[in-house]
Design a protein around this ligand. Sequence first.
Ligand code: UD1
Ligand code: MG
Length: 450
Amino acid sequence: MNDSDLAIVILAAGKGTRMKSATHKVLHPLGGHPMLHHLMDTVAPLNPTKKIIVAGADKEQVEASVGRIADIVVQEPQLGTGHAVQMTKDLLKGFNGDVLILYGDVPLIAEATMQKMIDTREETGAAVVVLGFRTKDTKAYGRLKVNDNGNLDAIIEFKDANDEERAITLCNSGIMLMTGEHMFDLLDALDDNNAAKEFYLTDVVEIANKKGLSCAVVEADEQEVMGINSRGELAEAEAVFQNNRRQYFMAEGVTLVDPETIYFSYDTIIGRDVTIGPNVVFGPGCRVADNVTIHPFCHIEGATIGSGSSIGPFARLRPAAELGKGVKVGNFVEIKKAEIEDGAKVNHLSYVGDARVGKNANIGAGTITCNYDGYFKYHTDIGEGAFIGSNSALVAPVTIGDGAIVGAGSVVTMAVEADALAIARGKQRALGGWASNFRTNQQNKKNKKG
Ligand code: UD1
Ligand code: MG
């Protein structure tokens, strides 16, 4: 027997009908990451040796999302939370470590809280540790009956509780830690003799006490154990998640000018002394180095931004935008799958996709890399120190050599040598006096008609 062994069981067999979605409830995202994956990520540092998800009829969706990182068992029909945990019997046969039971729709629980449950079980020798929380709005949560010695005597489901029990404000989050040693003995003793005619997991507490085993409670913050059953609750949980990230980044040395308007993804990485203006959204896969300024109204996804760079306002960085140090990307600029090397500038109204922009190159206003012919994508390579005149179209595949200059308004379809000037536009003609003659003639015609 290895006491430090940990197994996790995630209950996710519920139908989630209130989401009104073809997508399984636990696969809806928070900060761009499915709820279920949040849980898997949070438990990872605890090194669980077994990970089991209890799914319902829509097992395939869960399987497609988590792949082989967890075992999936099916609970069909769903006869209650206790019945759900019974489904793990074959997979946990002979397992004597701790079993942590999580809910797939309670994704915000912190690693520290899980660790506290494990520590409490070790310290108290309890057979069951329940995660409780206090709330003003006790709704229909199960209530925790704790005696004067701090032992948890019972969990009373709301439907089965009397008025005195309903007045208890310490509620059951549903999350529970049990020692594998006793778990199936306790589960085997469950019955469905209750108001819901379900096998309640919560009944293991009374059963354990009757067997002379003890039960303990760990308390969590209400927000950490919020459950998600509807789109409204999903939005509330998103707000909690975002607020947590905002507090975290500010504590790490990031200035958020108007925190409530800035949105992060689960994996956003931001360095120190970064300033982020209002209304900036980070999609998944972003890395921002130190001393970067992101001006208001930018949308950034899958992008890397090197130190000292300045982005926006109103810039869009799309996946595989890789910006070096001291890069400037200005207003109404879109960058996709492009390396923008140190010191390069793309300041106004441009699209740069499938490209490299060399060190210190300057891309003039309105420059477009024409990267797509309707079938394939092509690369544009712009050399170090090159200068692309405003309103140029660079028709890929095309190479602009180091130090070359492209005249404004050019449509470049052929390679430009290093240090050359390329002009590819209609030649200008100047016809002296033409404009005033034109106006005189036209005015005369108009006068005759009138
Ligand atoms: C449960 C608790 C209650 C607690 C509340 C917290 C029981 C009996 N009650 O009640 O004390 O306050 O959660 O939200 O445990 N599930 C299955 N299979 C089933 C039934 C449920 O996998 O047969 C899963 C659901 O997908 C969900 C979780 O278990 O993730 C909780 O189920 P739910 O029906 O919401 O339990 P409650 O009645 O709310
Ligand atoms: Mg519920």
